[in-house]
Design a protein around this ligand. Structure first.
Ligand code: GLC
Length: 460
């Protein structure tokens, strides 16, 4: 135990991902932990705006054919959880409505963001329970009249309305053919102006046309958030915006924001860059695709660690003098993945190392509810070595939160107030270092668990 008698407290969810499993991920939108607007009270070192999810355009197939196992996303996830989750804000910014965004989360191993900007920057929500920012709604309500947009757009036969889910209070969306887009946008802008409506028209993906209030958009939403951070004296040291499509261009226009266009960015974004930001050293066009482009940008701009634990071959390098619990948690589950895929040597030494960093009295609570000592759990790993060899089996952790526990009365630990909606909380039973897991195995057995379970172990 560290001499300070403080222990680290972690809340995290971990998920197994395999194609069969991915379809079940809907419950990744787990109960709120302690992210809400209260998040804004913390001093953030950085903000990462992850726009367009940096996946391939996914109107047809939500798959990056170059990366069917989502490895670049998983590399990013491991880097974020091990190094940034506790001091930076992850903001997802998407053109999608909440409905499509939630569907995407069922299909992709996506981390839970601190803030979600949806519907092309017309909706901002906080935390897991996605609490809306009403201030933003009020702001957008000013000078906006959706009926005028509906009336005027109905006069353009070139416009085909997108699905009902994509029509939002401050967003009206259509499809329009590429060769007609410019003329339609010009004529429509004039019509709306004549009706006294100050609207923004954005074309992206070579097919989508969105009409929003002038003050809306991904860039404006980010500017609004940064203003909010500033007002509470919590302006982040760095902000990195990552994007791939036309509606991400605005993100790169916000002062002091670093930007990365991933290598597979859409033509319209690259054109915007060539015309407007070619000489801005704060914006780069990555040579790496998708989420790997983000990692590249973090390194390029020197914003912090840029080596994903997934890229580290030897996971047994625990540096006790500089012990980082978040990194250890990520490594633990990466080891678990590699062990089952037989990507590490079948050596007792690894298991001995694991035991060395775990508390003797630690308890692991299996999704079935069965409790087992952490040491027995580690021993039981012996039987599953290599059982996922050659199979698509990935493990990822989400929301690795560290909190301080201050020990008092001998060994009893006083925990910070427990997040109100944690199921399976066993504070009374296991008063030390609680690790609350949300286990989502659902693999061979196809059993799907969505409750949270607690385990008790100490990383010393
Ligand atoms: C997403 C939205 C769509 C929007 C497009 C471009 O695909 O679902 O409504 O038009 O992004 O912003």
């Amino acid at each position: 135990m560290p001499p300070s008698l403080t222990l680290s407290f972690m809340l995290f969810r971990f998920s197994f991902s395999s194609p069969s499993f991915l379809t079940h991920l809907s419950t990744t939108t787990a109960a709120a932990i302690y992210q809400s607007e209260a998040s804004l009270q913390q001093p953030w070192i950085g903000v990462l705006v992850y726009a367009g999810f940096v996946l391939m355009r996914d109107n047809i197939l939500q798959v990056d054919h170059h990366d069917p196992e989502n490895l670049s996303l998983l590399r990013f996830n491991a880097l974020w959880e091990s190094n940034y989750r506790n001091n930076s804000l992850l903001v997802f910014s998407t053109g999608r409505s909440p409905t499509l965004y939630k569907e995407l989360r069922k299909e992709k191993p996506m981390l839970t963001p601190d803030i979600t900007i949806m519907s092309v920057g017309t909706e901002i929500t906080y935390g897991n329970s996605m609490v809306p920012d009403n201030g933003w709604v009020e702001f957008l309500n000013k000078k906006w009249d959706r009926n005028i947009v509906s009336e005027e757009t109905s006069k353009f036969p070139e416009l085909t309305l997108q699905s009902e889910t994509e029509q939002r209070p401050h967003k009206v969306s259509f499809y329009v053919q590429k060769d007609k887009a410019q003329d339609v946008m010009k004529a429509l802008a004039t019509r709306l102006q004549e009706r006294g409506l100050d609207a923004k028209i954005i074309y992206s993906g070579g097919m989508d046309l969105d009409i929003l209030p002038q003050g809306a958009g991904k860039g404006q939403a980010l500017a609004y958030l940064l203003k909010k951070f500033k007002a509470s004296n919590k302006l982040p040291v760095n902000t990195l915006a990552c994007g791939d499509s036309g509606n991400d261009a605005e993100l790169f226009s916000i002062p002091d924001v670093h930007g990365v266009m991933v290598s597979n960015a859409q033509e319209e974004l690259l054109q915007w860059h060539a015309a407007n930001a070619k000489d801005n050293p704060k914006i780069i066009h990555a040579t790496e695709r998708c989420a790997a482009g983000i990692i590249q940008a973090i390194g390029h701009f020197n914003l912090g660690p840029s080596t994903s634990p997934r890229d580290v071959t030897d996971l047994s390098d625990s540096k006790m003098e500089n012990f980082d619990p978040a990194y250890e948690v990520v490594k633990l589950y990466l080891f678990y993945e590699r062990w089952r895929r037989a990507e590490v040597e079948n050596s007792e030494l690894y298991l001995a190392n694991l035991k060395a960093v775990c508390c003797l009295s630690g308890i692991f609570v299996h999704p079935s509810g069965i409790e087992q000592s952490l040491h027995d759990t580690i021993n039981s790993l012996k039987t599953c070595y290599g059982d996922k060899q050659g199979k698509q089996f990935r493990v990822w952790v989400d929301q690795v939160y560290l909190r301080r526990l201050v020990l008092s009365h001998g060994l009893r630990a006083d925990l910070d107030p427990c997040p109100p909606d944690m199921v399976g909380w066993s504070k009374a039973k296991h008063p030390y270092n609680l690790v609350v897991l949300d286990l989502l195995p659902g693999l061979a057995s196809r059993v799907f668990f969505q409750n949270k379970y607690s385990a008790n172990f100490r990383i010393s």
